[in-house]
Each structure stands twice: as structure tokens, then as C-alpha cells.
Design a protein around this ligand. Sequence first.
Ligand SMILES: NC(=O)N[C@@H](CC(=O)O)C(=O)O
Ligand SMILES: [Zn+2]
Ligand SMILES: [Zn+2]
Length: 352
Amino acid sequence: MTTTSATNRPSSITITRPDDWHLHLRDGATIASVLPDTARQFARAIVMPNLKPPVTTTAQAVAYRDRILAALPAGMQFEPLMVLYLTDNTPPEEIQRAKESGVVHAVKLYPAGATTNSDAGVSDLAKCYKTLEMMQKVGMPFLVHGEVTDPAIDIFDREAVFIDRVMKPLRRDMPELKVVFEHITTKDAAQYVAEADQYVGATITAHHLLYNRNELFKGGIRPHYYCLPVLKRELHRQALVAAAISGSKKFFLGTDSAPHAKGLKEHACGCAGCYTALHAMELYTQAFDQADALDKLEQFASFNGPDFYNLPRNTGTITLQREEWQVPAEVPMGNATLVPLNGGETIGWKFV
Ligand SMILES: NC(=O)N[C@@H](CC(=O)O)C(=O)O
Ligand SMILES: [Zn+2]
Ligand SMILES: [Zn+2]
């Protein structure tokens, strides 16, 4: 990492090219609208499989990867890392095929009903044990949307309860399965991951580092700040920042950039997900800068992820400058419009 500064507040930062370890690119015309935003900043991304219908087989993952690469503008370099969507019926042989393909890098748990396009997800992890054993055997990471779906559990407690009800039994039964606790949002999850062994890691989004749940209700209800797991109290945000800047190898960057058309966000029953691919590194840099920890950004954004996934670190670099600019209020998405997080607002770092 290099920084340039006139004072002790650096005016720019250069780090090894980062990767995004949790990304939604969707399908069809949307891919071409959102992919350049990610490919400009990141060398690779773990591409989430919650399409309609979901990406449940290696053959579907290979075809989806081809559609992504076909939408990549000429001259841009980007490698999509594919993920299978686990169902109650995913056979262990599918894991072997995925491993042999060389393009599938993980399998994702969506507890049925937990989030966007999770209806085909897992009803009970006990049904998947043969498949999980195969993943453990071949070294295929298991990415988890870590929230219980029990309607009796308060929405703000669903992640913490997931640790006791799902994570602990899973880790007890499958101790050498690599698990990534995706988009953690609580002090409880940060602490659980920090204290776990080397088989457990976690992604953290920029918006969960920057905002607490007050943001959802500032001056009125603000649907563009609604995502799952939902933003939590300030004490949780502070715990996530502490984890990200701690120097621990277990925490890495995953934007969870999740595009939904404007009309479906600004709606009586609005979709969950924040679009941050447009200005992802700017937001992370802002979060680390606010914590006076710019020197920890490169490890979090560019080293910990590839190390966990046993992939090489990237070789190029990117630079961000301390400079104010206005995030566009809207951008096109296929035939629809997309409102980025912070749309119309001024932010203090700019990708060069
Ligand atoms: N994070 C979200 O709020 N939404 C994601 C799904 C997910 O990652 O849970 C989406 O696909 O829209
Ligand atoms: Zn999720
Ligand atoms: Zn996601």
C-alpha cells in the first residue's frame, strides 16, 4: 500500500487490485448494465446464484459464466467465480462435478424464505449432510446467508440466533468444512468468526460498515437502505468496523451489491438489496478512513479473500483519491432504472 499526503490525512491511496467476494450480477440485460461497474474496480467476484431459476448445477453455472463473460466490454479484465445454489436435493455427485469444472468455487446456503429468491433454498440443513460431507472432502467452501427464518424470531435477532441454531451444530458435525459467514451485521457474528478456527471466514459489506439502522428512517422511510440482513444498531456497526480493521485474516470484502429496479425498491413491499458496485471501493475507503485505518484496507480488500479461497492474490493496483464527487441519482439497468446507494449525495473518495 502507498499513500500520498500533504498532512497526515493521505490524499490518495494505492492498493493491490481487490476482489469482491459477494456480488449479485442477475441475468439477461441486467448483467451488461451492472458488470462494468464491478469490473472497473475488482479483478474477480464471487457471483451469487440466486437467479430465477437458481443456479443449482455445474452445467447451469458454466452457462451463466459464459453469459457474464459475453457481457464484459472489450478491453476489460474480469473473472467471475461461480457458485452453486444448494437445495434439499443437491446430490453429492454435483459437488464432484463442480470441483472438477474448475469454475465453481463455492456452494451457497439460502435458508428457504430468508432473502431474495431463496424459495428454492434449504428447508433443513440435515437433509444436505451427504452433500456437505462431499464439500468438506473436496475442499469446496460453503457460503451461508446466516439468518434463521423462524417468524417468531425478531428480524434484528435472526443472525445471532442462526449462530446457535445452525452454525454451531454445523461446525461441530463438519469441522473441516470451509464456511464463509456472508454479509455479517452483528457484534455476535463478528465475535463468533474472530474466535473460530481457520476454516471460518466472513464477508462484510461497505454499507454495514458505514450505516446503522437509523439510516432506514432518517426523515422518512428510505427503501434504498433496506437490505438483508437488515442494518443493525450502532454498537453492531462499530463491532464490524473493529473486525474489518483488526488485521485478522478472517474478514474480507464482499459488497453484496444487489441491483433491483427502482420501481421494485420504491414500492409498498420493496425488495431487499443495496446497489453499491458503482462506488464500492470509495465506500470501503471512506469507512476505513473514518476509522483512521487506511493502512488496513489492502489486507481486507485484496489479501484475505484470495488467501481463504486458496487463489492467487492479484498483481495490478488501483488508486483512490480524496476528492468530493456526486453519486448519480439513477443509472440505466436494461429497460429499467437503478438507484445506487447514496444516489444524488456527495462522497469524499473517488476511484481514479
Ligand atoms: N442482500 C440483499 O438484501 N439482497 C440480496 C440477497 C442476499 O444477499 O441475501 C439480493 O439478491 O437482492
Ligand atoms: Zn444474503
Ligand atoms: Zn447477497
